[in-house]
Write a protein that binds this ligand. Structure first.
Ligand SMILES: O=C[C@H](O)[C@H](O)COP(=O)(O)O
Ligand SMILES: C=C(OP(=O)(O)O)C(=O)O
Ligand SMILES: [Mn+2]
Length: 439
């Protein structure tokens, strides 16, 4: 496929020695990671979310790392999302669309091109798909071979995710077992109570003769930011059923806040593929620009095609979101509105770590629900950075992580993630907001 030569924000400075072109050819020869038909199923699920008949739970690492793609880490992330989904589904009696920021989330946009430590300045880390996190000139050099490694690691990850979600592990009848391996805490205890209630409901349905085969498997979708078009374009394939191009690197891809220029390569790319796609919107977005994004990416106003992931900030969401939602609603477009309560709430702790307050995260989601409630529009989902591990990256939560705790297990390669307990806590709070949405 020929791609127009458009301004491409955040593109790494790849070496000019032909190695990038060789890797792109190699990627183009590899099998797709997802099937176009799966992307179509997701689009129809997202159309349900746009109508308020389902809710999207999208979560995972800010930046996946090759070395972290272990069975335990993948299992614990999937379990965390399944647990949150069980809490939301049960608490709000709503179907939950489960989507990981997983199996492709290997490239990061950066606010600065360089990082300085002491008197040494090096190129910024841009995700394992580009360079290495270690702070040395060799590690930080962009290496095109990493694009192929990202493909293989994504493939192995997705294979295990598919095995877990279709092989019986995600069967709701095992809702208790998903807690095994996690450290017992207050969110865990509350989850156990919900799991017991779900169990009782399942036994009741069983006694009534319900057919449980459908519960053996869950639909689980993979998503990532379509940041590196040198990865996405070679993995874009023509669907043999329809003749339409699809990104086959994941079911859903989004364009980030730093790369959504109307005349840029990223929006051009997602306007050509037929997957459901997302665009992030920050607090300074101009509502008229949002209409032009819709015209470009979703000219046919296809339900489920376009998701706006709003990340306004806890203090800003109630002012910045309404004009955008009002303009979009007046235009007749039926988009999915999703809250990312992470990226507008990042700050540096007194101890020098990039962090977020759990209460700010909750407050932004609350503001998001309130805005939609007051405008009569649909809050369709949440998008969170999380991990199944007991890291100490975000402050607060009932565990009360303090500044001084951040150094204990600060393991992220980019942004701070909710840990397992904070993720479960958030799901209980969002379940309450969601059940009120339906009231
Ligand atoms: O999700 C990622 C970050 O918010 C983004 O990469 C910017 O981070 P930075 O300001 O540390 O570069
Ligand atoms: C970079 C990210 O977000 P945003 O584009 O909203 O800043 C991200 O989702 O990790
Ligand atoms: Mn992030």
């Amino acid at each position: 496929m020929q791609w127009p030569d458009l301004p491409t924000a955040q593109r790494p400075s790849w070496p000019q020695d032909g190695s990038l072109e060789r890797v792109r050819e190699t990627l183009a020869s590899y099998p797709p990671l997802v099937f176009a038909g799966e992307c179509d199923v997701l689009r129809s699920r997202l159309a349900d979310a746009a109508r308020g008949e389902a809710f999207l739970l999208q979560g995972g690492d800010c930046a996946e790392m090759f070395d972290s793609a272990t069975a335990d880490n993948i299992r614990d992330r999937v379990k965390t999302i399944l647990q949150m989904a069980a809490v939301l589904t049960y608490g709000a009696s709503t179907p939950v669309i489960k989507m990981g920021r997983i199996a492709g989330q290997y490239a990061k946009p950066r606010s600065k091109d360089t990082e300085t430590r002491g008197d040494v300045t090096l190129p910024a880390y841009r995700g394992d798909m580009v360079n290495d996190f270690a702070f040395s000139p060799e590690a930080r050099r962009p290496d095109p071979d990493r694009l192929a490694r990202a493909y293989h690691t994504s493939s192995a990850t997705l294979n295990l995710v598919r095995a877990f979600t279709t092989g019986g592990f995600a069967d709701l009848r095992h809702v208790h077992e998903w807690n095994r391996g996690f450290i017992a805490n207050s969110a865990y205890a509350r989850y156990e109570t919900t799991a017991r209630d779900i169990d009782r409901a399942m036994r009741f349905m069983d006694a009534c003769g319900a057919d449980f085969d459908a519960m053996r498997t869950v639909e689980f979708f993979a998503s990532h930011e379509a940041l590196l078009l040198d990865y996405e374009q070679p993995l874009t394939r023509i669907d043999s059923r329809t003749g339409n191009p699809y990104a086959t690197s994941g079911h859903f891809v989004w364009v980030g806040e730093r790369t959504r220029q109307l005349d840029g390569a990223h929006l051009d790319y997602v306007s050509r593929i037929h997957n459901p796609v997302g665009v992030k919107l920050g607090p300074n977005v101009d509502p008229d620009e949002v209409l032009r994004i819709i015209d470009k990416v979703d000219p046919d106003r296809e339900p489920g095609r376009l998701t706006f992931i709003t990340r306004m900030g806890a203090q800003t969401v109630r002012d910045a979101l309404p004009p955008v939602v009002e303009k979009v609603t007046a235009s007749g477009a039926k988009v999915v509105w999703v809250s990312d309560p992470m990226h507008g709430n990042t700050f540096e702790s007194s101890t020098g770590y990039k962090t977020r307050e759990f209460d700010d995260v909750v407050e932004e989601v609350r503001g998001f629900f309130e805005v939609h409630q007051s405008l009569g529009t649909i809050p369709g989902g949440i998008h969170v950075e999380l991990t199944g591990n007991d890291v100490t990256e975000c402050l607060g939560g009932s565990e009360k992580i303090l500044d001084a705790d951040l150094e204990k297990r600060y393991e992220t390669a980019c942004d701070p993630r909710l840990n397992h307990q904070q993720s479960l806590e958030l799901s209980f709070l969002v379940a309450e907001m969601l059940s009120q949405r339906l009231a």
